[in-house]
Design a protein around this ligand. Structure first.
Ligand SMILES: NC(=O)c1ccc[n+]([C@@H]2O[C@H](COP(=O)([O-])OP(=O)(O)OC[C@H]3O[C@@H](n4cnc5c(N)ncnc54)[C@H](OP(=O)(O)O)[C@@H]3O)[C@@H](O)[C@H]2O)c1
Length: 211
């Protein structure tokens, strides 16, 4: 699969590395491709990854992963250009600047806002409800896979998102329509609270149990 990544930081870098190592073609869309940080990321990702501008990465991917800080997200999508028809994996969380809560919620969500900005994109909310360390290694104990909830309105796009989550070790769980990002973004807030405010650390993750 050809995957463009907008925002090659903790989340975008980790997911891109993992997918490249699974044999996908990855292009990181970055503002400064020549930096040491980007070159190191490309070396870690191996031969299946390259870097270009945000617009180039967006054009390259049939799947585009959005992993920008919330305040930069609208601008990043504007720079990306036309995303109509593409699967857009929204990993962002609309965090307040001081991490005390979410900028939007209850009556909308970051994901629904992203869908309005990226007209025609097939948005799936995913990879927002756990830390990037868990994205690098979603297995706990004797191989229990971290649950990765996702939400979206396009069944085929959700299937691709689930497959990409499963390939890197998550247990994907369909959490319903895109509007249910209103549930998944506060879930991320809970993870952040447990990990940082309660100082439980980033080696924690959510798991859906079934009887
Ligand atoms: N950190 C986590 O564990 C985690 C987990 C789940 C979800 N999230 C969410 O995922 C998103 C990314 O988090 P992160 O921790 O990966 O952030 P990060 O490490 O700060 O990386 C953000 C990336 O976005 C790029 N960027 C910033 N403004 C941009 C713009 N206008 N156009 C294009 N690229 C731009 C940055 O590029 P430069 O290097 O050029 O500044 C950087 O590569 C956030 O919304 C966060 O809430 C984070």
């Amino acid at each position: 699969m050809q995957i463009g990544i907008i925002g090659a930081g903790n989340v975008g870098g980790t997911l891109g590395r993992a997918w490249a190592q699974k044999g996908h073609e990855v292009m990181f869309g970055v503002r400064q491709p020549k930096t040491g940080k980007v070159q190191t990321l490309l070396e870690q990702a191996g031969g299946g990854a390259k870097a270009g501008t945000v617009a180039e990465a967006a054009a390259f991917g049939s799947v585009v992963t959005l992993a920008t800080p919330w305040p930069a997200t609208r601008e990043a999508l504007r720079t990306a250009g036309d995303l109509a028809g593409k699967v857009l994996l929204d990993c962002t969380n609309p965090l307040k600047a001081d991490f005390s809560g979410l900028e939007v919620g209850h009556t909308t969500s970051g994901a629904e806002q992203v869908a309005l900005w990226a007209k025609g994109a097939r948005v799936v909310k995913i990879f927002n409800s756990t830390g990037f360390e868990n994205m690098a290694n979603p297995k706990y104990g004797k191989g229990a896979a971290v649950t990765m909830f996702f939400a979206g309105d396009d069944a085929a796009a959700k299937g691709i998102a689930a497959q990409l989550a499963r390939e890197i070790g998550f247990e994907p769980v369909d959490a319903g329509p895109l509007g249910n990002a209103r549930l998944l973004e506060p879930l991320a807030m809970l993870w952040i609270h447990l990990a940082f405010a309660q100082k439980q650390g980033t080696g924690i993750a959510f798991k859906l149990l079934r009887r």
